[in-house]
Design a protein around this ligand. Sequence first.
Ligand code: PMV
Length: 410
Amino acid sequence: MEVIASAPGKTILFGEHSVVYSEPAIAAAVNKRATVRIETSKNNKTTLKSKDLGFEAELDTKNKKYSLKKGKPGIIRYILEALYMAHDHSPINIDLSIDIPIGSGLGSSAAVTVATLAALYRYHNIHFNKKTLAEKAHKVEYLVQGEASPLDTLVSTYGGLIYLNRKKQLQKIRTNFNYPFVIGVTSKYGSTSKMVANVKKLKQKYPKIVNPIIKSMGELTDEAKRAIEAGDVNKVGTLMNINHGLLDSIGVNTKELSRMVYIARGAGAIGSKITGAGGGGSIIALCPNKDSEVSKAISTYDSSFKFRFSRKGVSSKVIHGSSHRKHKKQNNTLKNKHNKHNIKKSNKSVNLSKNKKNSLYKSKSNNQKHKRKNKSKYSEADGVKIDDNKLIFKKKSFKTINNNKIDYSR
Ligand code: PMV
């Protein structure tokens, strides 16, 4: 049995930090992805390898432990937590490939989590829909990080351009807005939890000053949504610049981020701003007809890549084998873990394979049977308790794509 699933990274266009205080946010999937391939292990071991991240580990999925053969941990914790949630502990080999820069505010952990869960559901022939998947992935992020907004996992699951409203409800922005952007990535990490805590302190100390700034970021995000829907690219650019100024005013800018923002504008971007938590990490620049120039200019000191909104969210398919029969018994246990609401009939199933052998119908009818059989027996969604988690997320243990030391004073 062999399955594959992939999910995109994300960039926040508007509303980082203010979203923490229930203001809206706009985020988009990027054309960089995490891809997880799972195959049945031929020996009794569960292994995890990533050539892109340079690590190899043997996993103890029951106890959420690993022994590292090569490289640094970091993202392994998300995979372990996902395995604990959606795997029966039978031996498998997992291969992770990823071209999303790690720890740079581009949603690498969410993409890895979403792809891992989707691959596991495929592997166990468990029917799932995007809503369930995004919720479970968010739970994994929460278990690992302690604090996480649902934005990353939502965007990674659904793809496209997402507006999160004040009630934390998701709306897909349907638009033809398809201008080129450039993302610039510094070699410095930005710790989301640290930045969020700093903003909170500032807000508590100067409420009369900071509260209106947060509110203004929310207003600006709504204005940006209307501008995107109307295809008003210049207005979107202007609003990005204002948003950057506001982010600077609440203390999440750095000299490296600032440098990229102004280099981008100098090379022709009509809007550029921090994307994500700041304090390191990335910027985003809107560059109609100038993406190559902007990307090249940023690359003088930092890493950069061009991107357009990617409509593609999570996708998954069976490569080899039709169902995981060997582990049928365990599968039932897993399916039982999957609560009623998660296995309900849905047309929104995630890029289901066209391969009829591995048909959705089979999985649906199994689930229907299972649903009847276990009607009142299982009420917990996945049997994972938050208290179980002793893992502490440290963004600093992550690797970036660019390890060059940069002297900004030059
Ligand atoms: O840098 P990222 O991708 O972790 O984004 C953080 C966005 C914040 O609004 C600062 C925090 C959050 O949880 O929404």
